[in-house]
Ligand binder design. Structure first.
Ligand code: ASP
Ligand code: MG
Length: 473
């Protein structure tokens, strides 16, 4: 049912993050960037909420569910004020009333939702998604109006009419076939008329039309979903950093920008906490091999990072290092009574239900032991869950007590060219050994794209520096 691709100029999806649209001044810059891109390309714009707005909306909802009326009303008033002020600064007087009316409408809806939460003393995931994505609606309206005021034919669009998802409110998964049809039917005619769609990030809807959201930071995902649906030539993510670095420059002064990174590498880096991209956002463009660019709104002339299938003429070895410094290592020991598969299936079944991300998993089948690292924030919850799960076995002495090692960090060295290159692990662990860093656990991805290891939290930065110095990516 998909409409044919009508574009003449290559199609580019540009997504602007919260800090990129964080103030009137920045929105002006964004409008300039968009105008600058129009000569050679057709554009679809995706915008996040203004920086901090989503957090405030969530905070208002939580306050409402606790009956803290003064707090949620203050937040709603602050948000109204902030957006009114931007309208006042950015739009000519004649254009302001229409936009101010939109702001009032959206804020009135926020207040109604909060009043409802306050009445029942709880938030529901479904209503929460409507509330939390209000910032994107306001931002898309505002950005489109600014572009119009500058003579560009922009139209704000609510992605609830474009991106179709399941009903996992708060972290929904797109239904790609339905979404592709919908996106092509709605956007191609607009593009054919020379219009610039300005789409709300983060927001989507179920097939029945209930608003959903794509997880925190989900505007990246919105952009890549649209890019894939439209077979865009490229997707550009405009943010507040220059691109993907070889390591965190706060830990490693020699860290530098990478001009190219492979999809597989960015998947690993963003899963382990590199903040440039929401991890889920990579798959849609990866499967269609659409290049993704990271660019800095504050440095638009910079080269940025290009993310693509495979990096041209890269050296073998580690290309980038990332880390999680607050993790905990848990060990379950089934002694010799549970079989290893039994132990593993019960353990991972429980972890699955808790929807917890494991950072490293290692095992010894002979000893019937499994160790895994999780974010420290999850430690108490998972510990409690596992102690309950294995309570009977423990009582009968069939298992050792759960071991928990807190203050652990996980370091991940990533590089597509580590694959099939002998000696990388030897060099890596040699470099750690020479600096006297004790390694608690080791795992290598079967794709050989990454080597991860756990060390004490206090050793994380030194370990990252050691690996960086050894491979000089
Ligand atoms: N505004 C949403 C958030 O803060 C989505 C995004 O910024 O990508 O999570
Ligand atoms: Mg944001």
């Amino acid at each position: 049912m998909s409409s044919a691709t009508p574009q003449t100029r290559p199609l580019l999806v540009m997504k602007f993050g919260g800090t990129s649209v964080g103030s009137a001044e920045r929105i002006r810059r964004v409008a300039e960037i968009i105008r600058g891109g129009l000569d050679e390309r057709q554009l679809v714009i995706v915008t996040s909420a203004v920086a901090g707005v989503t957090d405030k909306l969530v905070q208002a909802a939580v306050a409402a569910s606790r009956g803290l009326e003064e707090e949620w009303r203050t937040i709603a008033e602050e948000l109204a004020h902030q957006h009114r002020a931007m309208v006042g600064t950015l739009l000519p007087a004649a254009e302001q009333p229409a936009l101010l009316h939109r702001v009032e409408q959206e804020i009135a809806q926020v207040e109604k939702l909060c009043a409802g939460f306050s009445l029942v003393r709880e938030t529901t995931p479904r209503a929460m998604d409507v509330l939390a994505s209000t910032g994107e609606v306001l931002a898309a309206d505002l950005l489109a109006a600014v572009l119009q005021a500058n003579g560009s034919q922009a139209v704000p669009l609510d992605a609830a009419h474009l991106i179709i998802t399941d009903d996992k409110f708060g972290n929904a998964t797109p239904l790609l076939d339905e979404t592709t049809d919908r996106v092509r039917q709605q956007l191609f005619p607009l593009l054919a008329q020379g219009l610039i769609p300005v789409v709300t990030g983060f927001r989507a809807a179920t097939p029945e039309g209930a608003v959903t959201t794509l997880g925190r930071g989900g505007s990246d995902y919105s952009a890549t979903i649209l890019g894939a649906a439209l077979d865009a030539a490229e997707v550009w993510i405009w943010t507040d950093v220059d691109g993907v670095m070889t390591a965190d420059p706060r830990a490693v002064p020699e860290a530098h920008l990478l001009s190219e990174v492979a999809y597989g590498e960015i998947l690993e880096l963003s899963f382990f906490g590199a903040k440039v991209l929401q991890p889920q956002a990579i798959r849609p463009v990866m499967s269609k091999q659409i290049p993704l660019h990271i660019k800095n709104t504050m440095n638009p002339g910079g080269q940025g990072t290009r993310i693509c299938q495979s990096v041209s003429n890269s050296r073998p070895g580690v290309r980038a290092i990332t880390s999680v410094s607050q993790a905990s290592m848990l060990t379950v020991n089934g002694k010799h009574t549970l079989s290893f598969p039994q132990l593993a299936s019960r353990l991972f079944g429980a972890l699955e239900q808790e929807k917890v991300a494991t950072l490293i998993v290692t095992q010894s089948s002979a000893e019937n032991v499994i160790s895994f690292a999780i974010h420290s924030l999850d430690e108490a919850r998972i510990r409690e869950r596992l102690e309950k799960l294995f309570e009977l076995e423990r009582l009968h002495g069939y298992m050792e007590p759960l071991e928990v090692l807190s203050n652990v960090g996980v370091v991940v060295a990533v590089g597509e060219n580590m694959k099939g290159t002998p000696g990388i692990a030897g060099r890596l662990f040699g470099a750690l050994g020479r600096r006297g860093i004790n390694v608690i656990a080791i795992a290598q991805g079967s794709s050989e794209l990454s080597i991860s290891f756990a060390v004490r939290s206090a050793d994380v930065d030194e370990a990252v520096r050691a690996v960086h110095a050894e491979f000089r990516p």
